[in-house]
Design a protein around this ligand. Sequence first.
Ligand SMILES: Cc1cc2nc3c(=O)[nH]c(=O)nc-3n(C[C@H](O)[C@H](O)[C@H](O)COP(=O)(O)OP(=O)(O)OC[C@H]3O[C@@H](n4cnc5c(N)ncnc54)[C@H](O)[C@@H]3O)c2cc1C
Length: 360
Amino acid sequence: MRQRCHPSSCRTNVNSPSASSPHITIVGAGLAGSWLAWWLVQSGCTILLVDANEPTTSTRVAAGLVNPITGPRYQATWQGATLLPWMAEAYRSVERATGAAILRETRLWRVIRDADSLRRVRQRLHEGEYDWMNLRLVDAGSHHGIDMPFGAVDVQAYTVNTVAFVEAMHHWLQRNGSTVSHRIVGHNESQQGAVVWATGWHAASDKRWRWLPFAPVRGDILDVSIPDLDLQHVVTGRIWLVPQGGNLYRLGATYDWDRLDSVPHDVFRRELLDAAAALLGPRPMHVVHHAVGIRPAVLPRRPIVGQHPTEVNHYILNGLGTKGASLAPWAANALANHMVHGEALPADIDIAHYPYSDNV
Ligand SMILES: Cc1cc2nc3c(=O)[nH]c(=O)nc-3n(C[C@H](O)[C@H](O)[C@H](O)COP(=O)(O)OP(=O)(O)OC[C@H]3O[C@@H](n4cnc5c(N)ncnc54)[C@H](O)[C@@H]3O)c2cc1C
């Protein structure tokens, strides 16, 4: 039987923070937990949001890029036609409520790798896959000092300032009757009411959730200064380069499934700098900062959301992988509507579809 945070019970305390204990505990205050808190409070719930306050997390190091064209095959991102405009409006609502600057529209140049890729892009254009995008093809040549022998796709994209988002959200929650606190929540701690685990890659080692198909992946990212490069737009190829103002760029990201620690390694720094040199040509680059995060990726490459099959007051919101900036608002909204209004979760993200074992 599904337990629900019934809307009428949620609404009793929304303007009266001291009235009694919060109805829903969210463990983890990254993109996932913070977005869920937002939607639940919109539905009248009062929240306790608890976070371990680690110095680096996936949310804190992310570049926040939302790219409509993804993968080595240049496909349109999953559900992009509906998801991206909806996501943009969701961030705008948070900006209006908090006064923070979070979402930025930008142009993105996806450099086309070779003749096969160009054929593929033209075919997708011809078949209408990119029709919903604001997009044009850039001719082969040298643009802003970058060689593009097969041209590029110039498309409207977004960047999300993930740190600004979580910080603004936490202040807003506290101003609106919810509680944000910093500590590690133990797996077996007894909790009142519903508990949502939005713990990122840590869920992969949590006895309650480790039966789900987690495949956490380390990512290294650099802040680099490139004195003779003056880009206003994002450039992506095998890696991506996001302008941060002046001559500063964020350069990312690596993928490694084995070294799941937060220590910056030279090997990944070198990998990024070599890839940047291949994209931009040889030019001076100075590393200002090197950060590491572990992405909460899962094998199906879709969010994993829902209620635990046997411990029915426990829920999960996870699996944002490489696309937390765009997927978090939507997946969190689906879970909030499920918990508060009893709406069915979209089938492709509901954990009910995974075989459960308590013996993993
Ligand atoms: C290098 C890199 C670059 C990226 N770039 C992009 C990008 O450009 N665009 C994009 O969309 N996505 C990007 N991502 C992915 C994005 O960061 C993630 O999809 C997203 O941030 C995941 O959010 P989350 O809230 O699920 O997890 P997290 O950010 O990991 O948050 C989980 C939180 O839970 C806390 N926690 C865990 N266990 C406990 C516990 N027991 N008690 C209390 N607190 C706990 C953690 O401390 C953490 O704060 C990038 C990731 C990396 C690593």
